[in-house]
Design a protein around this ligand. Structure first.
Ligand SMILES: [Zn+2]
Length: 680
């Protein structure tokens, strides 16, 4: 899955680390640091040397993200299992969050109950496919399965098209229906079209998987049907947009009127399709990949009804494999788990249950999670920090050297209209109409999908809400959405060691504060330059701004080119420039904000460290990572982020760091004032 898909949300959490509240009180900094290293010679090892030595060798690629994921994962698991075990009645009344979550999970992990039903839960849907006799009925069936499982983050719906209900590219006040390509059982177009022997082998394995699934469902002539289904998907893949185009927001921005579908994409009975999808009256669409809509529609027209019915049977079983008998799940894992992902062992059923419950009832689990782990006080602290960051950023923009006065005005407008969500949404989704029944794993999934779909389609009737959340609070992560202009930091990420509402502001501003300011930078930098303050597709830098920006940034790229962790390999400054530039701005803005919130008072000393020292220490500690050489090499060659050590070295550009640690010209990290970079 590509990390960046045009206007789609970008999951951006960059790992951070500090230590927990109790530990800070006991001055654990000394334990994590290596005070034998001079901060001015190697700040990363001064800040993290103790921790790096203490990480067990087998915990490779161990960093803050891992720590937070493990901690939150454990909490969510306990929470869900606790409500699943609670007694009906007072502990979890019918329709309550606890009942829905508990029963969803309990039904999912009830393997014997699922086994006993066999494929009976599919009977109704299989019968519906069986009755399809003509193209109108086929189109109606396809429209009825149009679902909202895609959100721009997930690339390929397992139905021929996916829907994403979001504001438009040119108009921000209303929701509009975005239609996305889909329909492929393998992850992307290349898996179908690449001529290499490896991909040819994969196609053979996929075809065998299709046959195996059809056999499990008792479909006759499974082998020959699998051949034809694969060939249909290959032709669909030929119509799909290549990955680079699919991710290019300017190529996604195609307005189609409802009446144009029949002309631009003949083959499908679009009247039947949209009526069945429940949007017969919808006049406007944005078609992200027109070639896929045209190509797939043509295949609806040209291919036999019987082939389409076999295709639909296969994908129906595949889609629900997680709530069908073991044999189906095992076959599914053999292809998707082992062949495609290299996993040797299927995850435990309970892990699947937690993931499925989170997926179906995201904000319901989120409510339970935040009630326990992210109190209003935590949200208030995070919001106050956001306020300081925005104030600091505003002042900084006034002094940016490369932006014209006109562009600065636009940057300030964009900053002012940015919606920063922290912890959990102010308004929760109302799940009261979603019925979750104990012992009905299949039905629960069906109803959750239907709920999700009608929730999304209902948005078409109301004004766009920029405060809508795209990430669940219990997920460890942060999301930038450019359309609309929003960023969200979940409760899952805003916890120790990244952010601790109960302790030291200096540490919070140095870690989570710098992380937030990094992400705010992206709404203003080259990534955000193509979206205005309402998320409409508009270039707002001038050509001259861009030229001056690149000149200012080149100095940072040159600095980074000098980082060579291996004898034969240096970091490529250009490759990581956008992210490193956001790191630098993030650190500078967070420091300004830290000073702001002191309101002229001096900070206390904790563990022998001043506030200024803890601020920079926290910044460095968020970048620690136990990484084997092969992973480091891979990161340097492919990642747009520099290795953690060099992200930590961003401090070299900030005057306050020199003062805080009394860095001398003889120190290895020392830069002459004129060599320190400032872009923002
Ligand atoms: Zn970034």
């Amino acid at each position: 899955m590509s990390r960046f898909r045009g206007m789609a949300p970008v999951v951006v959490f960059a790992s951070g680390i500090l230590l927990g509240a109790a530990q800070i009180a006991q001055n654990v900094y000394t334990q994590d640091m290596d005070r034998s290293v001079k901060p001015g010679d190697d700040f990363y090892r001064y800040a993290n040397g103790g921790w790096l030595k203490a990480v067990p060798a087998e915990r490779t690629s161990y960093d803050t993200r891992t720590i937070l994921n493990e901690k939150t994962g454990q909490r969510v698991r306990e929470l869900i299992q606790e409500v699943a075990a609670a007694q009906p009645g007072r502990e979890r009344g019918k329709g309550s969050a606890a009942q829905k979550v508990g029963d969803y999970y309990a039904s999912f992990v009830d393997e014997s109950g699922i086994e006993a039903k066999g494929l009976a839960p599919l009977a109704e849907e299989l019968a519906a496919i069986g009755t399809i006799q003509d193209k109108a009925a086929l189109s109606a069936y396809l429209g009825g399965t149009l679902n909202s499982e895609v959100d721009g983050l997930t690339g390929n719906a397992d139905h021929i098209f996916g829907v994403f209900v979001n504001q438009g590219f040119a108009e921000s006040k209303h929701y509009i229906f975005h239609l996305l390509q889909g329909g492929l059982g393998m992850p992307d177009r290349d898996a179908y079209l690449d001529a290499s022997p490896k991909m040819a082998e994969l196609r053979g394995q996929y075809q065998a998987h299709i046959a195996a699934i059809l056999k499990l469902a008792g479909v006759a002539e499974a082998e020959s049907k699998a051949t034809r289904i694969l060939s249909l998907e290959i032709r669909m893949a030929q119509a799909h947009a290549p990955d680079a185009d699919a991710a290019d927001v300017f190529k996604q921005n195609n307005s189609w009127k409802r009446a144009e579908f029949g002309i631009k994409a003949p083959g499908m009975d679009w009247g039947a399709y949209f009526k069945s999808a429940g949007i017969a009256a919808e006049p406007d669409f944005i078609v992200w990949q027109p070639s896929a809509v045209t190509g797939t529609s043509a295949l609806v027209g040209s291919e036999s009804i019987e082939l389409w019915k076999d295709y639909l049977r296969f994908h129906l079983i595949e889609h629900y494999s997680s709530v069908l008998p073991k044999a189906v799940g095992a076959e599914d894992f053999a292809f998707y788990g082992t062949i495609l992902s290299g996993a040797q062992q299927a995850p435990e059923r309970s892990a699947g249950g937690i993931a499925a419950t989170n997926a179906a009832l995201g904000q319901v689990v989120g409510q339970l999670y935040t009630q326990r782990y992210f109190p209003a006080e935590a949200k208030a602290k995070a919001q106050a920090m956001v306020g300081d960051l925005i104030t600091a950023y505003r002042a900084r923009i006034a002094n940016v050297s490369w932006m014209s006065p006109e562009t600065k005005k636009k940057a300030l407008t964009k900053l002012a209209s940015l919606r920063m969500g922290v912890g959990y949404p102010d308004k929760w989704i109302d799940y009261s109409t979603l019925d979750v029944a104990r012992g009905d794993a299949f039905g629960n999934l069906r109803r959750a999908e239907a709920f999700n779909r009608s929730y999304n389609l209902a948005k078409l009737k109301r004004p766009a809400d920029p405060d809508e959340w795209r990430i669940d609070p219990q997920i460890v992560g942060a999301v930038i959405v450019f359309t609309p202009n929003t960023e969200t930091f979940s409760a899952g990420v805003l916890q120790p060691p990244y952010f601790d509402y109960q302790v030291d502001a200096a540490s919070n501003y140095g870690s989570a504060g710098a992380g937030m300011a990094h992400e705010i930078t992206h709404i203003l930098d080259e990534l955000g330059n193509i979206y205005d303050e309402q998320g409409r597709l508009v270039h707002w830098w001038t050509a001259e701004d861009a030229a001056k920006y690149h000149a200012a940034a080149a100095k940072l790229a040159a600095q980074i080119d000098g980082y060579c962790p291996l004898a034969d390999l240096c970091v490529n400054g250009k490759q990581v420039l956008s992210e490193s530039s956001a790191d630098l701005a993030g650190l500078q803005v967070a420091h300004d904000a830290y000073v702001l919130q002191l309101k002229g008072k001096s900070d206390m000393v904790i563990g022998g460290l001043t506030g200024e020292q803890r601020f920079f220490l926290a910044f460095s500690q968020r970048w620690r990572k136990n990484q084997p050489e092969a992973a480091l090499r891979r990161q340097i060659k492919t990642d747009t982020h520099a290795p953690g050590e060099y992200r930590s070295d961003t401090v070299r550009n900030v005057a306050a760091w020199y003062k805080a640690y009394e860095i001398a010209p003889s120190d290895k990290l020392y830069l002459k004032p004129e060599d320190r970079v400032r872009i923002w």
